[in-house]
Design a protein around this ligand. Structure first.
Ligand code: ATP
Ligand code: MG
Length: 566
């Protein structure tokens, strides 16, 4: 699959870019910039990750540096190859390229082990044999200092021996851990002798059963950064309190490591009407509350892609929300607007009638056919036109007719006139209903002097201008109308069960009429269906002759700006 590279669009500065520019001026890194995006392969990437990807890869691009893709795979219970593959696909799709800088933390397991032995020999790490509960208990609290483990003063020789036997598989899971020897009374709990290795007999997706001890994230991450000669290690704010441990570890190993990257924290993305934690996304998938990771209602990158989002629209979003040091919420409407903005430019216009109502034009000659010209893009004449054949029987949207029009309703109603877009003015002369009073068809007459684009069209103005399709020529399509997955702006705030906040109307599948040119769309081809919104040919289910379209977004935000619940 071909991926479009991220274009060099103008970028706004932010505090991280200021730090990098200052480093350039001071010569701190000799002009070198290397960043990394370090996902844990325990789920699909979501729109929050896209913020981090655009930041890290965007900085590397703009400062002629490199951005590494590194899988932080130290937690084998939850990690899978499927996730690795989906992450690679999503980063590429977003338009970014890591060149030859793809790494796995597991590639460093040997080195991490050697560094751990080194820490032991320097009396900076020890094997603890307390139970997990005891360790927690000894750790203390925010207001209470921790206590030293009775095993804290084991000799270097004993520690080395025990650690080697941990590695050799002599002990059951959970019996011993390796801890950094820092300070049990440190105000920052992360510095109270954090665990850096634990025994876990779990199959690893890359190293198989080679290891039965696995390093912890905090220990692994800073060393991986250094081994890859990362200059600026950008992470989200919850790691601010871990920075002293990041620096402590690298300081202890400074003789053995190539450099000491700078950890810089920024605010994670919180998006309304969405949940962002992988655990919750996994829950939605496993409980079949959505149709898989790429369900078009999911704010995973795979879901957004299937929904019709373009890489450009997501990069625009990342640019627009910026980078800051303070947590905040971004309204889902901002993301949707980015898609509208992008597709307004790039999506050709087409006509679809989603809820068809039959209209017979009584004075239109039987079997006649008139070609009406419709522009492919109203602001881009160079995109040309296509023909919409007008015949005696057409379909319009059911809600473009009202038997008893409400105030301000300017579309079709008895004895009223409306323009059939790109064609003629018609006047409603009759309504036919079935036994239940349901409207079956409308009868009209047309005025042959009012054809769009002719002088006659100017003679009479009507307010309504509705789309239509010829009954003879229209094709059928399955159309999936998606809306936001959650009906509540903060689905998981304040301990709320986000499953209760699901929007029961987030998916409607209908059979619609579409113009015949939509019969065989390319996979992922996107269109604006006039007056309805932006649609994409579904990448999985659309077949030539049996098209399936997903609605990405309506033309206007119907959710309002206030964030109120509908
Ligand atoms: P989750 O909390 O959903 O499990 P995570 O932070 O554990 O996500 P990782 O795979 O570790 O997920 O994330 C990879 C990178 O993406 C990290 O650098 C992380 O800080 C960043 N990231 C994750 N979520 C967001 C977010 N909502 N906004 C910005 N960056 C994020
Ligand atoms: Mg994480």
């Amino acid at each position: 699959m071909k991926h479009e590279p991220a274009a060099d669009s103008p970028v706004a500065s932010n505090f991280i870019r200021s730090i990098i520019e200052e480093d350039h001026r001071s010569g701190k890194w000799n002009g070198r910039v290397e960043t990394r995006f370090p996902p844990e392969p325990n789920g699909y990437l979501h729109i929050g990750h896209a913020k981090s990807i655009c930041l890290n890869f965007g900085i590397a691009r703009d400062y002629h540096g490199k951005c590494h893709l590194r899988f932080d795979d130290t937690n084998p219970e939850k990690e899978e190859q499927e996730y690795v593959d989906s992450i690679i696909e999503s980063v590429k799709w977003l338009g970014f390229d890591w060149g030859n800088c793809m790494h796995y933390a597991s590639d460093y397991f040997d080195k991490l082990y050697q560094f751990a032995e080194y820490l032991i020999t320097r009396d900076k790490a020890y094997v603890d044999s307390l139970t997990a509960d005891e360790i927690r208990d000894f750790r203390g609290t925010l207001t209470e200092s921790g206590r030293n483990s009775p095993y804290r003063d084991r000799s270097i020789e004993e520690n080395l021996d025990l650690f080697r036997r941990m590695k050799a598989g002599e002990f059951p899971d959970g019996t011993h851990v390796l801890r950094a020897k820092i300070d049990m009374s440190a105000p920052n709990i992360n510095l109270r002798d954090p665990v850096i290795y634990r025994i876990r007999r779990v199959w690893h997706h890359r190293t198989g059963d080679k290891w039965c001890i696995y390093p912890m994230y905090d220990y692994t991450h800073c060393i991986s950064d250094s081994l890859e000669k990362i200059t600026h290690s950008l992470c989200t704010l919850e790691f601010e309190d871990h920075r002293p441990l990041y620096d402590w570890t690298l300081d202890q190993l400074s003789d053995a490591l190539p450099c000491h990257p700078q950890q810089i924290e920024f605010a994670r993305l919180n998006l309304t009407y969405a949940v962002m934690s992988k655990r919750k996304l996994i829950d939605l998938v496993e409980n079949h509350l959505v149709d898989g990771w790429d369900d078009p209602r999911m704010t995973t990158l795979a879901g957004l892609r299937r929904r019709g989002y373009t890489p450009q629209s997501i990069r625009l979003f990342a640019e627009r929300i910026g980078i800051s040091k303070a947590d905040s919420w971004i309204d889902m409407g901002v993301l949707e607007d980015c898609l509208r903005e992008d597709l307004n430019e790039r999506a050709p216009r087409r006509v679809a009638v989603l809820d068809p109502l039959k209209v017979v034009i009584d004075n239109f000659p039987e079997n006649a056919e008139e070609d009406c010209l419709a522009p492919n893009h109203p602001q881009k004449p160079e995109w040309g036109t296509r023909t919409l054949p007008l015949t005696k029987t057409v379909y319009i949207e059911r809600n473009d007719f009202m038997e008893t029009p409400s105030k301000g309703y300017f579309r079709l109603s008895p004895e009223k006139e409306v323009r059939l877009r790109y064609a003629y003015i018609i006047k409603c002369t009759g309504v036919i209903k079935d036994a239940n009073g349901e409207i079956m068809e409308i009868h009209c007459t047309y005025d042959p002097d009012t054809r769009s684009g002719t002088a006659g069209a100017e003679t009479r103005k009507v307010k309504g201008n509705i789309h239509w399709l010829s009954a003879e020529h229209a094709g059928k399509a399955e159309v999936r109308l998606y809306d936001r997955l959650f009906a509540h702006p903060y689905p998981d705030a304040g301990g709320r069960d986000y499953k209760e906040a699901l929007n029961p109307d987030s998916k409607h599948i209908i059979s619609a009429l579409v113009e015949s040119s939509l019969d065989q769309p390319q996979p992922e081809e996107r269109f604006q269906f006039e007056r309805h919104g932006y649609f994409i040919a579904d990448s999985r289910d659309s077949m030539p002759g049996k098209p399936v379209f997903n609605r990405g977004v309506t033309l206007r935000d119907s959710w309002g700006k206030s964030g109120e619940v509908r």
